[in-house]
Design a protein around this ligand. Structure first.
Ligand code: NDP
Length: 255
């Protein structure tokens, strides 16, 4: 097999949580570009329709399953519906996420729980639910979307719950990778820096100094630059890679 062929996802089925907008929509499109059929998971039906239209206009086979990833029954339904619709599932991208900006002393119990529920608990529930299937099949690739915030403390905004949640994602990635490697299942994470989406207001002047000017590349990234890294981690191009956290941050964490 040639090097480029190893990136092909022809015949594979990928599930992308939070595929209704932002990075997840871009990851879904890139996985589809590489040949996969793609299941979008999220709560916003209208937003999902726009992504479905974009992917289908490119000839990508795709469906939307409305689900809240913090609800275990919803996650099981996503797996069951994917299997009944596509007959298989090969890739899980745990991308759904949430962030609250607040100094530690102002973070409410509800804020803390809301961030942990999506960023940690749901990554665990989705990984365990799909992991059961992948381990039984002796095949599967999980890509968790972590963050450079799992390594550094962002500034000027404080976001302690988010930072802790992404460090948890990175170490859960390593834990599951070690445990499931003998079962043919790979688990990796992608740790992005600032990428322009609803979650990251990269154009806001109050963030310009710390987010942009202090960074080695002095710019934010785009989902188009990030998405090929998900294709790499999902595909046979990374068949000897597991337990890795791939940083894609324009050099931000180098300083
Ligand atoms: P957005 O806020 O633009 O999108 C978040 C996505 O998550 C939406 O599709 C939303 O779908 C989904 N989502 C949130 N909660 C739930 C839920 N309970 N159930 C199902 N889906 C849910 O964020 P981004 O695209 O920017 O971020 C995507 C991931 O990348 C996150 O994990 C984030 O932490 C990470 N990341 C982002 C960076 C950035 O700079 N943008 C940097 C580093 C990491 P819906 O509304 O339909 O439910």
């Amino acid at each position: 097999m040639g090097a480029l062929e190893r990136f092909s996802l022809a015949g594979r089925v990928a599930v992308v949580t939070g595929g209704t907008r932002g990075l997840g929509a871009g990851f879904a499109e890139a996985l589809g570009d590489a040949g996969a059929s793609v299941v979008l998971v999220g709560r916003d039906v209208d937003a999902a329709q726009g992504v479905l239209d974009t992917l289908r206009s490119k000839g990508i086979r795709t469906e939307f399953i409305a689900a809240d990833v913090t609800v275990a029954d919803d996650v099981q339904r996503v797996l069951d519906t994917t299997l009944s619709t596509f007959g298989q599932v090969d890739i899980l991208v745990n991308n759904a996420g949430a962030c609250v900006h607040a100094p530690a002393l102002d973070v409410t119990p509800e804020d803390w729980r809301a961030v942990m529920a999506v960023n940690v608990d749901a990554v665990w529930t989705c990984s365990q639910t799909f992991g059961r299937h992948f381990v039984a099949e002796r095949s599967g690739s999980i890509v968790n979307i972590g963050s450079m915030s799992g390594f550094i403390v962002n500034r000027p905004q404080w976001q302690p719950a988010y930072n802790a949640s992404k460090a948890a994602v990175h170490h859960l990635t390593r834990s599951l990778a070690a445990e499931w490697a003998p079962h043919g299942v790979r688990v990796n994470a992608l740790a992005p820096g600032y990428i322009k989406t609803d979650m990251s207001p990269v154009d806001d002047p109050q963030f310009r100094q710390h987010w942009i000017e202090d960074a080695p590349m002095q710019r934010y990234g785009t989902v188009e630059e990030l998405a090929p890294a998900v294709v790499f981690l999902a595909s046979d191009a990374s068949s000897f890679v597991t337990g890795s956290v791939l940083v894609a941050d324009g050099g931000y964490t180098a300083f």
